[in-house]
Design a protein around this ligand. Sequence first.
Ligand code: ATP
Ligand code: MG
Length: 353
Amino acid sequence: MKDIILTGDRPTGNLHLGHYIGSLKKRIELQDEGNYEKYYVMIADTQALTDNAQNVDKVKNNIIQVAIDYISAGIDPSKVKIFIQSMVSPLHEFTSYFMNLVTLSRLQRNPTIKEEIKQRGFETSLPIGFINYPISQAADILAFGTTIAPVGGDQLPMFEQAREIVQSFNNTYQPSEEIFVMPKAIVSENKAFQRLPGLDGKLKMSKSAGNSIYLCDDTETVKEKVMKAYTDANHIKVTDPGQIEGNVVFTYLDAFSKPAHFAMFLPEYKNLEELKNHYRRGGLGDVKVKKFLINVLEDFLSPIREKRKQCLNHIDDIYNMLFENSRQASIDANARLEKMKDAMGLNYKKFLK
Ligand code: ATP
Ligand code: MG
């Protein structure tokens, strides 16, 4: 059986390096391997509203931004159906029925939700929609028969929740045929890439935390951000020995540098290992490493910026593509919704003689 792939992002801002290394890179690999039956990428505007109810304009305006980021980074709209969550209304129906299969205490135990509640200061003013979003996300995943999803590490608890819903649905309604498939999250083997740290070195890189390098950042912005990035608080003088662990500049080099970059930008070192060893020993200053990182990121980001410029001339085409894909996704989701309602006994048309 070929895979059905679904992933998505919240349109709360432009996509950043964390999105690329945690999910987009794998999405592009899967797209290019071509071994799938269907491939969806969802712009999760409904989910973004769960902590942005007063910020509809921000969410609305970022839909096209995220779509442009996808295409610029290498998602091919002729292979992947990018759609808008709120335009696929069956997803809301799935959510309603799934809400009866999950307890509040289960949602409160979700570690990603716990952390996000703290980060957003929602401890005493938690929107019901926000704590409910793992259920609505399960609806997105299950509605399309998703088998695999390339995501960052913070999404693992969401897939656990979705699988529990499948189990609970099957136990409760005993469907005579399989309706929901058990979905699997695919995360990077490198733990640091599952949760790329932000420039502050504390939280994960995230649109909401203001600690990101965006795929659309210009050269000057990237330079400024890298120069302020957290390295090692105890590496004060050049001669001091330095620490690699928790040093975001080295984490970003792990993620984005290629062996060829050394010959191009830093020929006195053969590879990253040599650079790390020198830093550990002492005698290598942060500025030199940061300048190298700036070159590495420029090499990675320049073609993305070029593609973005081209996209800006095709905004209407991109919107039309999103609308048409959302229409098709609604048809797909509706087919499974009908099956689900039938299995639940919500098939009142049977009463007609
Ligand atoms: P927000 O702050 O609005 O939640 P975000 O930056 O966390 O935004 P999302 O849209 O929530 O981004 O995440 C989309 C996808 O990107 C998910 O699969 C998520 O796991 C992944 N992702 C986000 N940030 C990172 C990161 N720093 N490292 C690895 N993967 C990430
Ligand atoms: Mg997030």
